[in-house]
Design a protein around this ligand. Structure first.
Ligand code: ADP
Ligand code: MG
Length: 270
């Protein structure tokens, strides 16, 4: 739960203003403004190419926005070329430790065991002593039921197990925010549930999360808010039940019809 003495609940944890990102002449993000509050679980939906992944990558500065502003914890950036508050390399590193990210393809390091995968960044970046990093990693692996696999190599794990280790590896950095980009899209259907269950338990623990997903039921049942991206802007923003359950725009209705094989199950017009 949010402790008001620690964080003013009305003050956003992340404040994004007028964020734009271009690749050459292709402007992919066309002015995104968003407040993310502590504990929000924000699902991002939208057609392929609408800028969802680019937005998440801009949030943890794997991509540098072309212009715009971002405030988060002690960071306050202005991305305009030549601006005084451009992020320094040290700030980039520090910010990425606070905003963890997991991708569609569980890119664990194949030459390292599960445990080595999880302790690497805490030792290298958080500068934890190895013993502490191992203790934390083992506790996390216990939590997801993969402690017994700690000395196995990723190739010996199922896709769902690998993706859960990838999530735990990000959690081992003790991030304040987690970003998930279609983390279940590459999984066999029978493995999707275990990964969503882990994400659901993180959400229940109060983790602030932004996730790009096609799992509409998860977005609706676990999420607190849904954003519909369309052509590089946030076209709709609201409670999942409203955005997914009672879409206002034709564009969103069309999108949901494409994604949901059974529109009737969400009460959408067929
Ligand atoms: P989404 O995740 O919604 O499918 P993306 O953010 O991946 O959309 O991509 C949005 C647009 O940005 C696409 O037109 C894509 O080709 C372009 N794009 C994404 N990443 C790059 C990149 N690294 N270089 C050039 N163009 C890119
Ligand atoms: Mg994407």
């Amino acid at each position: 739960m949010i402790d008001p003495s620690v964080q003013d609940a009305s003050k956003p944890l992340i404040k994004i203003r007028k964020l734009r990102k271009s690749y050459g002449a292709n402007e992919v993000l066309k002015g995104i403004s968003l407040d993310v509050h502590e504990g929000e679980v924000i699902s991002i939906i939208g057609a392929s190419g609408s800028g969802k992944s680019t937005f998440l990558r801009c949030l943890n500065l794997m991509e540098t926005p072309t212009t715009g502003f971002m405030d988060f914890e002690r960071f306050a950036f202005d991305f305009e070329a030549g601006a005084r508050r451009q992020p320094t390399p040290q700030q980039l590193c520090a910010l990425r430790a606070r905003i963890g990210m997991v991708f569609q393809s569980y890119n664990l390091w194949p030459h390292m065991t599960v445990l080595e995968n999880v302790i690497e960044a805490p030792i290298q970046v958080r500068r934890l002593p190895r013993k502490e990093a191992v203790a934390e990693a083992e506790a996390l692996l216990q939590r997801i039921g993969l402690y017994e696999k700690r000395h196995a190599y990723p190739s010996k794990l199922s896709g769902g197990q690998q993706q859960r280790v990838a999530i735990v590896r990000a959690l081992a950095m003790a991030p304040k925010v987690m970003l998930f980009d279609e983390v279940t899209s590459a999984l066999d259907p029978e493995l999707v549930g275990e990964v969503l269950a882990l994400m659901g338990s993180l959400a229940a623990d109060g983790m602030t999360m932004l996730l790009v997903t096609h799992e509409m039921a998860f977005a609706r049942d676990v999420g607190t808010r849904t954003l519909f991206f369309d052509g590089g802007v946030i076209a709709e923003d609201g409670p999942p039940a409203e955005i997914i359950g009672a879409p206002r725009s034709d564009r969103l209705r069309q999108f949901l019809r494409r994604v949901l094989h059974e529109p009737a199950c969400l009460g959408l017009p067929a």
